[in-house]
Design a protein around this ligand. Sequence first.
Ligand code: CA
Length: 481
Amino acid sequence: MKQPFYYLIIGLIGIFSASAQTLNERSPNILVITVDDLGWADLGCYGADLHETPNIDAFAATAQKFTNAYAAAAICTPTRAALLTGKSPAKLNMTIWREAAINNQFTRKLIPPDVSANLPVNEVTIADALKAEGYVTAHLGKWHVGDGEHFPETQGFDINVGATVWGAPPTFFYPYRGEIYRSYRFVPGLERNVNGKYDLNREGEYLTDRLTDEAISIMERFKEEPFFINLSYYTVHTPIEGKKELVEYYQKKLASGMSHQNAIYAAMVHSLDENIGRLMAKLDELKLTDHTVVVFTSDNGGFINEWDGQRVTDNAPLRSGKGALYEGGIRVPTIIRWPDITIPNTTSDYPITTQDFYPTLLEMVNLKWDSSQVAAFDGISLIPVLKDPQAELKQRALYWHYPHYYHTTKPVSAIRQGDWKLLEFLEDNHVELYNLKEDVGEKNNMKKANPEKAKELLHLLTEWRQQVDASMPRLNPEYSK
Ligand SMILES: [Ca+2]
């Protein structure tokens, strides 16, 4: 539980100490950029062919790039809850996106468990913790972890720009209103000017640019104070919509044999890239680059299904995509720059996950936290590996639990330990075992060749599910096939 008195004291200490500190002494600013549905192979620095991302590639050259970074889940809401709390989605009982959590399915062989659609307000989020340390805390863009009573303001954010209950905006073009997925949607606060009027000057404005404008304005306004900006782009999620001139550019560039084939999606990635360039240029201009930690990540793997009759992206060489617990669904681009700690242009293949960011950032600002809070984390501080990408960290297991259906999957849990990965499919409890070092595409099921390893990992996975009290699906008595 949060204790207001404790916060008040800590907050006051934070304010007084912040005002007395010079820029060099004070806690670093923190900018966490989460892109929605960005696939592991979608960026130039991760091997994309059609897409061009010179700004993100340039940023990676100043930072540490992770080749084995994982999202906490293969879909939106659970990963976002994990980022905010440092806890695994299964422990939070948030294993499906919000809209599906409030509309369970009863038509398949398994009935998914009832899970939470809202992140409980009494969770002490990373924003709560940083706010208590005197940070100005701002959330921008996609939220998707709760309704109005569970909005960013209830979870430690001073400022909220453009959060909604939904997982996608109706359109990426101003005024960001309309119908999508059988509901009428909007992005509050962005569709009117300061006088409350529709703003003709904004016609044609693109949501990704706008969120960056808003983030930049917060950086400028609070450049004298430590800030935590949680910039959660709606892009590159559906609806797949790009700027016309960029779409035309990529239509011309498209060639058969490229692993990416969607010019509109390439245009979305391009606009994202331009905006990362704008953010980095603004940090330089404000002389904040050396005082700002930047985390760049995605909430799940690339979306491989169709939009408007066209496949959206491809995660090759990884198998499958968003929704699945194969690598294409959970392995994501992640780049971290922490001035004076990370070494420019380094790469780490140590497996990391979304739940690691919170404990890492806490250690970064020297935040003392009570032991029960630390014990509740399902992630670890990445500081040793940020300081030295070759650091020999203890081998740990990473776990995923998705007791639901999606275009790409049936209910499934998974574990990765070292080079080995095991998936257990919950309809029939069959397991698949892969050696990711030799077989990153998960093509050769090694279960028969290595039954001992399969048994060991299945045992760990089963124990972990009990430990976090993971909700399980149940057999559907009405189902016959
Ligand atoms: Ca997503």
